[in-house]
Design a protein around this ligand. Sequence first.
Ligand code: RNT
Ligand code: ZN
Length: 452
Amino acid sequence: MGDTGVSVLVFGHFVKETGYDNPYSSSGTRTMPSDQSVQQAYALAVESYAALGVDVLAATQRVEAIALSLHCWQGDDVGGFEKTGSALGGGIAVTGQYPGKARNADELRGDIAQALALIPGKHRLSLHASYAETSGRPVERTDLEPRHFQAWIEWASSQGLGLDFNPTYFSHPKAVDGFTLAHSDPGIRDFWIEHGIASRRIGAAMGKALGKACVTNFWIPDGFKDTPVDRFRPRERLVQSLDRIFREAIDPSLNRDALECKLFGLGSESYVVGSHEFYLGYAIRNRKMICLDAGHFHPTETISDKISSALLWLDEILLHMSRGVRWDSDHVVTLSEDVQAVAQEILRARFDRRVHIGLDFFDASINRIAAWVIGSRSVAKALLLAALEPLAELARRESAGDYTGRLALLEEAKTLPFGAVWDYYCLQNNVPRGEDWLREVRRYEKTVLAHR
Ligand code: RNT
Ligand code: ZN
């Protein structure tokens, strides 16, 4: 083996790679399992799972059919391309100075394509209205049309991606005082109502062009930093604004609406108009989805336990997979117990088609493409783990009142050979397994991001 490069075992023989700094290897030699050993480990894993009544092939096929909606805004720190001169608003913040953020739509598309090449499965892309392409001409948010997203639609179609959409109710001069659809000024409310109406039409056009319904998610920042004396009237105004936005009937095979609640944001610590109770009630009455963002509740409150209740009253819901850390709700998702519990709730109750899974985090302190990949692969792992649960046996023990056996098996299931199935799943989906995806990201960083 040479001493300048790293050697990797591929298909049973060593291949030397140059220019890659492997932090783990001082000898200059690294081995990774060959495809053959991945297959062997997989075959043994299939036997272990089968002993508990789990069909591994069926589990992987099930997970493959679940799309994650990747959020475009991780790639440029929620910047968008409007050039309104407004800083990131709405009480959300991105910290970090990692170099190489996307500066325009072409760069962003390239970055998303690179991330998608490292994530197993077929996925979707979620766009914000602020990512419109208006050929350098400013277009007001009330005047946005499907044609301003034509390049995105064509690109999504070429990549086989479905699109989801989000009106942008922040980073705008008409949102600076922290209120939009619930503003006390009817002129400002009208502006944002028009933006909502325009956004649903864009969503429907995306759904039509791609043959896959678009989920259009409404999140507004409206709220007070300090204790309000009137919590009621802003909520009344929000109902009226939403009613006007949703007046136009749109075919649900083209566009479906979701409403995202929040507990607090920067500058809205004491009161948020669109609380959980507010939107749950609104969604039930108006047959909308609610969007549960994992970072939008009290620190010890989890969204997993909300899914089964919400789906008794609603046909479908949207999730924003995120990770709250102290005051911040937007860290990169990891394979935490919370995320595993969400996946278990979806798969155990067979909600695969009723729960839409979106990602929502933004971290500028690490490589942005790695952030997408880590977050997405973590959610995919959680789904696969949940699909591999010995559920029939667990349910049998539960209904027999054998809670001792239920707890025992839940714990034993944690050390089943999941990693072998995950590696094989990555192999089958033609994406790198183990940490090999990071090498791709580092290569892209050197060849593309470093030149920005
Ligand atoms: C903000 C919400 C919202 C945003 C995106 C950018 O607290 O989570 O979903 O993160 O719209
Ligand atoms: Zn969110």
